[in-house]
Design a protein around this ligand. Structure first.
Ligand SMILES: C[S@@+](CC[C@H](N)C(=O)[O-])C[C@H]1O[C@@H](n2cnc3c(N)ncnc32)[C@H](O)[C@@H]1O
Length: 305
C-alpha cells in the first residue's frame, strides 16, 4: 500500500511539473497568436491532449485505489486528485498525534493539538535555524522535526521508540508526512536511554518535548540527552506539585496521570531545574507555562550546555 501511494504521489508530482511547463508554453503561444496570428504549434496541442489523457488515467487509478468514503469527492483539477489521495492515506493512520498541514487543505487530525506557528512559538523554537543540526527526541509524527527543517536546519534527526514500535500506533504518520512534505528529515528508532554521541552524534539543538514524564528514570534520561546536546535544549513537560516550594516530583505508579500507565513522574519547576542542572545544563529558563490546573500545568524550559 505504501509503495502504491508513493508511486501515485510521484506520478502526481510529475504531472504537476508537466502542467506548469505546458501552462507557461501555452501562455507564450497564445500571446503570439494574439499578437501576429502565429497558430499554436501542433506539438503543443498534442502535448496538451496527452497530458489530459494521462490525467484522466491517473484519476481513474487513484479513484479505484482510494477509500469509498472519500472516492466520491469530485475531481476536476490536479489539486482535487492530490486531496483525494492524501485524504485516503491520512485516514489509514490509526492515531495521529500531530496536526500537520500536508497542503491542498488536508491537515492531519492530531490529538496533540499542534498547529503552526502557535506550537513553535509556545516552545520558543528559534525562527532561524539556518546551518544548525537538530535532534527531535520522541518525535512521533514529526511535527517539530519538519518545523525545524522548514526553519532552515541543515540536518534534522527524528528519533522515537515506544510509539514507532507499537502495533497500535506505528511510524506511518511520520513516514507519510515526510514523503508528502518532500522532507529530508532522518529517522532512527532508538530509546532515550540509548542516546549517546557514538550512536547518534551531537546536535546544536535538542528537542525533548512531552517525553520527560514518560521516563521511569528521568535523571538518567536527562544525562543521555545532555550527552548529545551541543548547545541548546528545549524541554517541554507536564509539571505537578507546583504548590510545593521545594524540588519535588509526583510519582504515578499506575495510570494516575491521564489514565496512561506510561506516565511516571510529574516534577515541579524547581525539580526540573535541579534535574537539568544535575545533568550538566546551565542558564536554565522557563519560557512558557500553560494555565495551572490544581497543582499541575505544562511548562517549557530552555537550557544550555
Ligand atoms: C507525548 S508524545 C510527544 C510527542 C512530541 N515530542 C510532541 O511533543 O508533540 C511522547 C513521545 O515520546 C516517545 N517516547 C516515550 N518513551 C520513549 C523512550 N523511552 N524512548 C524514546 N521515545 C519515547 C513516545 O513514543 C512518543 O512519541
Amino acid at each position: 500500500m505504501v509503495t502504491e501511494f508513493k508511486s501515485f504521489w510521484q506520478q502526481l508530482n510529475d504531472l504537476k511539473k508537466r502542467a506548469i511547463d505546458l501552462n507557461s508554453r501555452f501562455s507564450q503561444s497564445a500571446q503570439k497568436l494574439q499578437n501576429d496570428g502565429t497558430p499554436l504549434p501542433e506539438t503543443l496541442v498534442e502535448e496538451l491532449a496527452a497530458y489530459r489523457r494521462d490525467f484522466d488515467r491517473l484519476r481513474v487509478e487513484i479513484q479505484e485505489f482510494t477509500a469509498p468514503q472519500v472516492a466520491q469527492l469530485s475531481v476536476v483539477t490536479l489539486e482535487d486528485l492530490e486531496r483525494l489521495l492524501l485524504k485516503t492515506e491520512v485516514a489509514k493512520i490509526r492515531a495521529w498525534h500531530h496536526s500537520i498541514d500536508l497542503g491542498c487543505g488536508v491537515i492531519t487530525p492530531g490529538g496533540g493539538q499542534t498547529f503552526s506557528p502557535r506550537s513553535e512559538q509556545r516552545i520558543g523554537l528559534p525562527e532561524n535555524l539556518a546551518g544548525m543540526t537538530v535532534l527531535d527526541v520522541g518525535a512521533w509524527d514529526g511535527f517539530y522535526s519538519f518545523a525545524s527543517e522548514k526553519r532552515g536546519a541543515k540536518r534534522v534527526l527524528a528519533t522515537d521508540s515506544f510509539v514507532w514500535q507499537s502495533p497500535m500506533f506505528g511510524k506511518g504518520g511520520f513516514e507519510l508526512a515526510r514523503t508528502v512534505l518532500n522532507s529530508q528529515v532522518e529517522d532512527m528508532e532508538i530509546d532515550v536511554l540509548e542516546l549517546s554521541p557514538e550512536k547518534v552524534g551531537v546536535f546544536d539543538l535538542v528537542l525533548f518535548l512531552g517525553v520527560l514524564y514518560h521516563m521511569r528514570h528521568p535523571l538518567l534520561a536527562l544525562d543521555r540527552v545532555f550527552s548529545v546536546t551541543g548547545k541548546q535544549l528545549i524541554l517541554e513537560t507536564h509539571v505537578d506539585m507546583l504548590d510545593c516550594q521545594r524540588p519535588a516530583l509526583a510519582f504515578y505508579p499506575r495510570a494516575e496521570l491521564n489514565n496512561d500507565a506510561t506516565n511516571w513522574f510529574g516534577p515541579n519547576a524547581l525539580a526540573v531545574q535541579g534535574m537539568l542542572e544535575s545533568a550538566g545544563f546551565r542558564d536554565i529558563k522557563i519560557v512558557n507555562t500553560s494555565p495551572v490546573s490544581g497543582a499541575s500545568a505544562r511548562m517549557v524550559f530552555h537550557a544550555w550546555r
